[in-house]
Each structure stands twice: as structure tokens, then as C-alpha cells.
Ligand binder design. Structure first.
Ligand code: GLP
Length: 241
């Protein structure tokens, strides 16, 4: 596991964008695994800037997002579908048909989970997976538990995650209690993984990700078993290392 400590959020975001850009320049039809939340917003802004300057071409890029809330329609401004359009896809030349998120509205969720997993497989798997991390160590929406789901699945969110994500909603009561998330093996099968973390409230999770035991109660610690993981974190997130 490689750990890159940057001065602040801006520097972290620039570094991450550069790594994504080099992946795309190396393989124009790269398959990217994308994350939502507050952390990758700066990286998306940098990638949009690079696109506008003609430094990246997304026309052949394929993306798969990690997760989506259960039963939150894509046109709801809190959905991850909406987030991706607003913060990234609407500003670059990606083909809409090449962008994928789990469908939390699907009538048959089990079937949707299998379909999503199969689609990733058919596209040759993820070349570069971008991850954020929850303050409890969740990645995607793989929450701390005795046992972790291997593939895409419906998950019940923990109280800690509901509280943390309530900042995007009017109140904690409005946060969906469930989400569809790729599984831990879906993530670990990616050829390369970049995990981003910023701020003091991530320091504990980062410490356990890097130095702790591999423990399903800290899902991010499983990244220690992957040969190509780079953590790009700011000084505050690195403060307990
Ligand atoms: C959310 C997402 C994760 C994200 C994490 C951290 O619940 N499902 O993919 O990495 O929580 O979010 P943030 O970057 O806003 O701290």
C-alpha cells in the first residue's frame, strides 16, 4: 500500500486527477470505478478543468459507480445519479451510455445486483477504482460487519453513516436506510485502487486502513490485501499515522 500525503484538500485532488488522467491517456477506453461523497468533488473539478484544456478525452471511457441509495429516484437531487451528472458527467465528453450506476429503483433488486456485477465483468473489469472512505471505514457502502458481502448487494446503512450523510439531506429522517453497493470483492478485483481521504474526521479510519489488522469491521483495512493500492490523503487525514 502506497501512501501519498499531500498538504491539503486541493493538492490531494490535483494529485488524484493526474493519476486518473494518466490512466486514461494510457488506455483511452479505460474502465473507471467512481465514488461519490464530498471527498472526490475536488478531483472531479480538476478533471473537468483538464478536459476543458484538451488534456483528457473521455469519449471512450467507461464508468461504474460504487453505489446508489435504495428507492431514491435518479432525478432526486440527493441521488448519486444526480450527483454524477451535476458534478462530472454533464461537463465532459463522456458517452451517457458508457456511464453506469446501480439502479436503486429496480423492481427486482437481486436481479439488478447480478446484472450490475455481470456488466462490470463484460466490460473487462475495473482498471482504476476511486474510493472515498467513511469515518467508520466503509468503502462504497460496505459497512463494518462480522461478514462482508462479496458482490453487489442491498445493504442496510449503519446509524453512523446515516448521521454522516444527513448533511446532504434536510434531516437524518430523510436519509434512505438502504443502498445498493458493489461488494468487497468487486472492489478488490480492480487492477488499481486509489483511496482519497481528507480531514481530521478520517484520521482514525486511515490509521486502521494502513496499520490495523485486516478486519471486516473496518472494511477499508481489506485494501491491505491488494497489490496496487495508493492512498492519497491530506495532512489532517494522515495525522494519526
Ligand atoms: C458515502 C459513500 C462512500 C463515500 C463515503 C465518504 O456514504 N457511499 O462511497 O466514500 O460515504 O463520504 P465523504 O467523502 O462525503 O466523506
Amino acid at each position: 500500500m502506497r501512501v501519498i500525503i499531500e498538504e491539503d484538500y486541493e493538492a490531494m485532488s490535483k494529485k488524484a486527477a493526474l493519476l486518473v488522467a494518466s490512466q486514461i491517456n494510457l488506455k483511452p477506453n479505460a474502465v473507471l470505478g467512481l465514488a461519490t461523497g464530498e471527498t472526490p468533488l475536488g478531483m472531479y473539478r480538476q478533471l473537468i478543468k483538464m478536459y476543458r484544456k484538451g488534456e483528457i478525452d473521455f469519449s471512450e471511457v467507461i464508468t461504474f459507480n460504487l453505489d446508489e441509495y435504495y428507492r431514491l429516484p435518479p432525478d432526486n437531487s440527493r441521488s448519486y445519479h444526480y450527483y454524477m451528472q451535476e458534478n462530472f458527467f454533464n461537463h465532459i465528453n463522456i458517452h451517457p451510455g458508457n456511464t453506469h450506476l446501480p439502479d436503486g429503483m429496480a423492481a427486482d433488486i437481486d436481479e439488478e445486483c447480478s446484472r450490475y456485477e455481470e456488466m462490470i465483468r463484460q466490460n473487462g473489469g475495473i482498471d482504476l477504482q476511486i474510493l472515498g472512505v467513511g469515518s467508520n471505514g466503509h468503502i462504497g457502502f460496505n459497512e463494518p460487519a462480522e461478514r462482508l458481502n462479496v458482490t453487489t448487494h442491498l445493504v442496510s446503512l449503519t446509524e453512523e453513516t446515516i448521521r454522516a450523510n444527513s448533511r446532504f439531506f434536510n434531516s437524518p429522517d430523510d436519509v434512505p436506510r438502504k443502498a445498493v453497493s458493489v461488494g468487497i470483492a468487486t472492489i478488490l478485483k480492480a487492477r488499481r485502487i486509489i483511496l482519497l481521504a481528507s480531514g481530521r474526521n478520517k484520521a482514525r479510519a486511515i490509521k486502521k486502513t494502513v496499520n490495523g489488522y485486516v478486519d471486516t469491521k473496518v472494511p477499508s483495512s481489506l485494501l491491505q490485501t491488494h497489490p496496487e493500492v495508493t492512498l492519497i490523503i491530506d495532512q489532517e487525514a494522515a495525522s494519526l499515522l
